[in-house]
Design a protein around this ligand. Structure first.
Ligand SMILES: Nc1nc2c(ncn2[C@@H]2O[C@H](COP(=O)(O)OP(=O)(O)O)[C@@H](O)[C@H]2O)c(=O)[nH]1
Ligand SMILES: [Mg+2]
Length: 493
């Protein structure tokens, strides 16, 4: 048996993730429901002292009148897990009843965070919820940071990182289709798929390392002379498919940003109102009515859309209009699709031409408005270069042509692909960028075998690929990445 040549083979990645976070000893608390008046508001506690903290302020109702002096009535430790108990929140300092509540204990590990959890369902009102939150903080809980409950679920191994990210997607889902995509991720299908690939690659790296370290012994056991078919066919193909799924499906989850632009009085605000089906923008025949940017969201064939009506672009010295026009120009740069609208019932002016120059080569649709005024009459005389733009004739006044415009927006945004949002695994942008890099590293592995590179070099690329996959699943995601992900959450989730 050969002597292990230390330092030559690639150090195997630590795939336990155990080093990343130390478990937190604190018990966290937050109001888990939105601020505002409503039916119920929930205060959530998680951590090893959740029960003892809650027991200091909760009095169980043995009768209809609470008896704050009755110490035994707060024996939360005897409560059955996952059951609701009726009682009262009592301020331990002045013994006053704060609210009538329902309380549930969810004992570890059968809870969202895998820690002991207490949920207090109070009446929803800012004052009462804040009062109860302050009481639990006084009794030893600490205020939860955004996403900390879900972060604990992840750290305690209940969910993978991609599933934790799906929780944000579920909260933010704006259409049924975006919800379907988030639900596939929360089931852990991406997590599982990436884990399977990285397990395979990990074992392959072990074999390569063995071949590097014990060249004489390993030949009979493993064959590392050529790339395995499974690697070439299945692994590379699956990663490529995941990347493609991002391109096909992310629009349905993330939505698109539309912007309506044009010179004054062409019907931008009228079109905005037609699309969102409400009178949001002021429509008048006075040029320069819309001076600021107006954003709204709506759903188009399951695709979440954010649309902006903008100030008409033209030469003006009015300082307010100038600010509005500059805002429009900035907004154009960060939008996915431009609706460039012109008045089809009148001749084009230098303002239309200037706008065309500004958006030429950008993703745009030419919307020729006021069809009711020019139907059957002369058509607007436009230069040939304009005709390359996809275009549609509409009347924002009578809603004519609106379905054609909507169809065009969907076709341009989603492409021709029919997409099964219920079953497709759609990685997020973070996953997709890591998968892109992983594919490059794996292609280098294939290339290395083709060119007969040394196993040491091949192992380096392979380890890079595994590390990138582990960054997706969270095993190797640094604290900054984890913090960035959870900072997108709201407090109380
Ligand atoms: N006849 C006709 N008038 C329209 C149409 N769309 C808008 N208008 C009118 O054009 C004027 C300017 O519309 P508005 O939406 O405020 O244009 P904006 O300045 O581009 O936002 C208003 O008097 C609208 O009623 C249309 O399709 N047909
Ligand atoms: Mg307007």
């Amino acid at each position: 048996m050969g002597i292990r040549s230390l330092g030559r083979s690639q150090e195997l990645p630590d795939r336990t993730g155990s080093k990343i976070y130390n478990m937190n000893d604190s018990t966290i608390a937050a109001v888990a429901t939105p601020i505002g008046t409503g039916g119920i508001g929930i205060i959530k506690l998680s951590g090893k002292n959740a029960l003892s903290i809650a027991s200091q302020i909760f009095r169980r109702s043995n009768s209809s009148i609470p008896n704050p002096k009755d110490k035994n009535s707060a024996d939360i430790f005897s409560f059955k897990t996952h059951r609701l108990y009726h009682g009262y929140i009592v301020d331990p300092e002045n013994k006053r009843v704060v609210d009538e509540v329902l309380l549930a204990v969810m004992l570890a590990p059968r809870s969202y965070t895998r820690e002991d959890v207490v949920e207090i369902q109070a009446h929803s009102g800012q004052i009462v919820l804040r009062y109860i939150l302050e009481l639990v903080l006084k009794c030893g809980a600490v205020m939860a940071s955004p996403g900390e409950f879900t972060k604990r679920a992840y750290i305690n191994g209940r969910i993978g990182l991609t599933q934790a990210e799906a929780v944000i997607d579920i909260i933010n889902a704006r259409t049924n289709k975006s919800l379907e995509i988030a639900n596939t991720l929360i089931k852990g299908e991406l997590q599982l798929c990436i884990e399977k690939i990285s397990d395979y690659l990990f074992n392959f790296l072990v074999e390569i390392n063995a071949a590097i370290d014990f060249p004489e012994d390993v030949e009979e056991i493993v064959n590392v002379d050529r790339i395995p078919d499974f690697f070439q066919n299945d692994i590379l193909k699956t990663i490529q498919e995941l990347i493609d799924q991002y391109d096909n499906g992310h629009i349905l989850r993330d939505g698109i940003k539309l912007v309506i632009i044009g010179k004054p009085n062409v019907g931008k605000s009228s079109l905005m109102n037609c699309l969102i089906k409400k009178d949001r923008s002021i429509v008048t025949d006075v040029p320069g009515t819309t001076r600021d940017l107006i954003e709204e969201s709506f759903s188009l064939s399951g695709m979440p859309v954010i649309i902006a009506d903008t100030a008409g672009i033209h030469d003006t010295k009015d300082p307010v209009e100038v600010i509005g026009i500059n805002k429009t120009k900035d907004y154009i740069d960060c939008s996915d699709l431009i609706l460039f609208i012109i008045d089809g019932s009148s001749i084009l002016t230098h303002e239309d031409y200037e706008i065309f120059e500004m958006i030429n080569k950008m993703n745009s649709i030419l919307v020729i408005n006021k069809l009711d005024l020019f139907l059957g009459k002369h058509k607007v005389n436009m230069p040939d270069c304009w005709k390359k733009m996809p275009r549609v004739e509409i009347s924002a006044l009578s809603n004519k042509g609106l379905d054609a415009l909507k169809g065009l927006i969907v076709r341009i945004s989603l492409g021709k692909n029919s997409f099964d949002s219920q079953n497709a695994i759609v990685p997020s942008l973070r996953h997709k960028l890591l998968l892109d890099k992983c594919l490059i590293a794996l292609c280098s592995v294939v290339d290395g075998f083709d060119r007969g590179s040394s196993l040491e070099l091949i192992a380096i690329d392979l380890k890079v690929a595994i590390d990138l996959l582990c960054e997706i699943t969270g095993i190797l995601a640094g604290n900054d990445v984890i913090d960035q992900i959870f900072n997108k959450f709201c407090i109380g989730k």
